[in-house]
Design a protein around this ligand. Structure first.
Ligand SMILES: *Cc1c(COP(=O)(O)O)cnc(C)c1O
Length: 400
């Protein structure tokens, strides 16, 4: 008889360490931005924080440290307090939530939108309420964890199709669609760990052909892609077509929270059925006001996006000049350098950090193959990108 029911935890952790899959947190000791202060050393003697150029954040437009968002959050907090004190259907609803939902619907050009406490919860809530046991979900193999777990939680039959592979999706639909009541195709619009885009127009066509719903997760696209920053739906000229859009307020919008955007009927249904909206506390006044300020900036300042894409181009041009390096295919500000092993990726991450560059090693089980992931920001200066290239050059021309 085992006498220690928790002993497996330490053993399991040791296995994670041996595979170089172990993860831990790093403390940032400044406002978010293109340059941040990373806390020095773990425990032991105090080490001064290190200034690094930040290629690790999802804050594509630099809004998380923008004084207008900060002021909006402070003003809302002073007026309405720190907490919203209850769920939206009980005591948690504020006029600010309605304003934010209206602004999101306007950005997305949809009839309506619903704000959740995070993007993760928006996906869980949408998936568990619109499909169930008798239904089918077809899911891109590289989808975000919140889509994968939402699919499992929904109780629907889940079939993964090969990444961005329309032929495979079509084959699965031909084989399985007829055996289920409703069918839902789910996909990231910008793939979060790769940076490529889903083939949205073809997905919409297939969905129509097989009488399926389509849910796209615009987490990394909102504020970033499309002329007005509405996302990949706008980028591909699919605005106004019927689909379910999900996203986050925590990436380019610099705040915290998530949303679903779509028809009034869909949103009304979610308000009545989505457990992760009904049974959780409403978004705080501060987060709501900051996100609202961000949506306005996204709509009124396209120059932020222009600068972001200029930086992405510079990054791609400069890295192309370094021999033997090839980025993964990307059409977004997420640019990944493949590295053969997790151990090697960790080593490159540490070397970059020593050279003043903050960019994470992304390893299994998050992704099938290891890589260093760079996120470009609108607020990066040319010198920041040049310094990164010098660092990459020195690491890859003098390995070890
Ligand atoms: C970050 C992310 C989420 C989760 O959003 P949060 O607001 O951080 O919970 C969902 N989907 C994708 C594709 C993401 O990248």
């Amino acid at each position: 008889m085992p006498t220690e029911p928790y002993a497996w935890l330490a053993q399991s952790l040791a296995t994670i360490h041996r595979a170089d899959w172990y993860r831990s947190v790093l403390s940032i000791e400044s406002r978010p931005g293109a340059v941040v202060l990373l806390a020095g050393g773990k425990g032991g003697a105090p080490v001064p924080p290190q200034q690094v150029i930040n290629f690790a954040s999802n804050d594509y437009l630099g809004l998380a440290g923008d004084s207008r968002l900060i002021q909006a959050a402070v003003a809302a907090t002073i007026e309405y307090g720190t907490g919203s004190t209850g769920s939206r259907l009980l005591s948690g609803h504020r006029e600010l939530h309605r304003q934010l939902e209206e602004a999101l619907a306007s950005l997305k050009q949809t009839e309506s939108a619903l704000v959740f406490s995070s993007g993760y919860l928006a996906n869980l809530g949408a998936l568990v309420s619109i499909v169930g046991k008798r239904d089918l979900i077809l899911s891109d193999r590289y989808n975000h964890s919140s889509l994968k777990n939402g699919a499992i939680l929904s109780g629907a039959t889940v079939i993964e199709y090969a990444h961005c592979n329309i032929e495979d999706l079509q084959t699965q639909l031909q084989q399985h669609r007829q055996h289920h009541r409703r069918c839902l195709i789910i996909t990231d619009s910008v793939f979060s760990m790769d940076g490529d885009l889903c083939p949205l127009p073809q997905l919409l066509d297939l969905a129509e052909q097989f009488n399926c719903m389509l849910l796209v997760d615009e987490a990394h696209a909102t504020g970033v892609l499309g002329t007005s920053g509405a996302g990949v739906v706008e980028h591909f000229g699919c605005t106004g077509r019927q689909l379910i859009q999900v996203g986050t307020l925590s990436k380019a919008l610099g705040s915290l929270g998530g949303y679903v955007a779509g028809t009034e009927t869909l949103i009304d249904f979610l308000r009545n059925r989505a457990p992760s909206w009904i049974y959780t506390t409403a978004l705080s006044p501060g987060d709501t006001a900051a996100a609202l300020a961000a949506v306005n900036i996204v709509q009124q300042e396209p120059q932020l996006r222009t600068q972001l894409w200029r930086n992405v181009d510079t990054f791609k041009q400069l890295i192309a000049q370094i021999p033997h390096l090839k980025l993964l295919p990307s059409e977004s500000p997420i640019l990944c350098l493949p590295i053969a092993t997790a151990t090697e990726a960790l080593k490159v991450g540490h070397q970059l950090k020593k050279l003043g560059i903050f960019a994470p090693a992304i390893r299994p089980p998050t992704v099938p193959t290891s890589r260093i992931r760079f996120s470009v920001m609108a607020t990066h200066e040319l010198a920041h990108i040049q310094q990164l290239m010098e660092a990459i050059n020195s690491i890859f021309s003098f390995p070890g």
